[in-house]
Design a protein around this ligand. Structure first.
Ligand SMILES: Cc1cc2nc3c(=O)[nH]c(=O)nc-3n(C[C@H](O)[C@H](O)[C@H](O)COP(=O)(O)OP(=O)(O)OC[C@H]3O[C@@H](n4cnc5c(N)ncnc54)[C@H](O)[C@@H]3O)c2cc1C
Length: 350
């Protein structure tokens, strides 16, 4: 069992920043995310897109922002359960919570922060008759551990950034990489398309376009796929088939936790602390709704900050807490008044 002060469901930017704000208050955090890596939409949907509305950064790539957030959380040593979905929430008699994931991991926490964004991202699956027979038996929708594919034959299908980027990455790891797309044009970044083209020319990636996977074969485990290309049907031997057709966001199990839901989002008390109708359960970032809600990264950061203050007060009733700033030294330009400044900036918790 994993025990923590705040269990954060969702390791997107909002969940990650919560770790920092909670850490300042000496509250320990553990994060669960359905995806195999942190970063939420930023990592999964637009890692290379620049963002222009993060205060202090005139422009920052989404992937770099996630790296920075991870760096910022490090000092508070959060725990991570990645690649698992929070499935059930139970409020125990003493007011604490038990959350169990789809893989049976049990978490115990004093407060729960749902930072689930648009919900879990469900992979779009190809319409293949016996697909379910091969899921986790050769058919994969996420690449959690690239080493898993070392010296294996891999077929990737898709025309977006994920399909291109993983084809490039696995070209150096797998014994054979085949990229199949039903159109001749790819939707991904030009740079990635050029890299794939170069690897194709070097014989490191086989590219098949326009082509489509129409069947899966193998006794118990996948060992071949059937492809149709320009009217011709043939089999390709492979160890893995990885369709990367994008992800669909779903509120999923969170919708069955007794939370007040409005238009696929969790209703919160915005004027105070983003608490839901279940005391001790909060919803922050894209997943919540209240009058005037804006689905922006900086709004998630703000909500996380107010929520942490509320959780601190809930867990420490009557304890005086003076929040000031996080910097204690290096304030350039302060001389005569520096003493006063330092007094003001020390975090005082008790
Ligand atoms: C193309 C695009 C461009 C954007 N550009 C900007 C921009 O320039 N500026 C800006 O401010 N915003 C932008 N946004 C919006 C921004 O990405 C979101 O506001 C932000 O990602 C919200 O962060 P979050 O942490 O609340 O949620 P998310 O980033 O969605 O992260 C939520 C995480 O929770 C996980 N999760 C959900 N349910 C569960 C569960 N039951 N169990 C386990 N894990 C779960 C998900 O897997 C996900 O990783 C953009 C969005 C898109 C799609």
């Amino acid at each position: 069992m994993i025990t923590t002060d705040i269990l954060i469901i969702g390791a997107g930017p909002t969940g990650l920043f919560t770790v920092f704000e909670a850490g300042l208050l000496k509250l320990k955090c553990h994060l669960i995310d359905a995806l195999p890596q942190p970063g939420g939409q930023l990592t999964e949907l637009y890692p290379k897109k620049p963002i222009f509305d993060i205060p202090g950064f005139p422009s920052i790539n989404a992937g770099d922002l996630v790296d920075n957030l991870m760096e910022q959380t490090k000092q508070f040593q959060p725990g991570f359960t990645l690649g698992e979905t929070a499935q059930t929430l139970t409020r125990l008699e003493d007011g604490t919570f038990e959350v169990i994931t789809n893989k049976g991991t049990v978490h115990h926490a004093k407060a729960v922060a749902i930072a689930g964004g648009l919900g879990t991202f469900e992979p779009r699956k190809p319409a293949l008759e016996n697909l379910a027979d091969y899921e986790e038996n050769g058919v994969e929708y996420f690449i959690k551990e690239p080493e898993h594919f070392r010296n294996k034959k891999v077929v990737i299908a898709g025309g977006g950034d994920s399909a291109l980027d993983w084809s490039i990455f696995l070209a150096d790891i797998a014994s054979e990489v085949t990229l199949i797309h039903r159109r001749n044009e790819f939707r991904g970044a030009l740079d990635s398309v050029e890299k794939v083209q170069a690897l194709k020319n070097q014989g490191k990636i086989h590219m098949m376009t326009p082509a489509e996977v129409i069947g899966l074969k193998g006794e118990g485990k996948l060992n071949a796929i059937t492809v149709v290309k320009e009217g011709e049907t043939f089999d390709i031997e492979t160890d893995y088939f990885i369709p990367l057709f994008g992800l669909t966001p779903k509120l999923g199990d969170l919708g069955n936790w007794g939370l007040e839901i409005e238009k696929n989002a969790i209703k919160v008390n915005n004027s105070l602390d983003y608490q839901t109708n279940i005391p001790g359960v909060y919803a922050i970032g894209d997943i919540n709704t209240y009058p005037g809600k804006l689905k922006l990264i900086l709004c998630g950061f703000h909500e996380a900050t107010l929520m942490c203050q509320s959780i601190y007060n809930m867990l420490n009733p009557g304890k005086k807490f003076v929040l000031k700033y996080t910097t204690v030294s290096g304030i350039d330009g302060f001389d005569g008044s520096r003493k006063e400044a330092e007094k003001a900036v020390v975090m005082k918790i008790d």
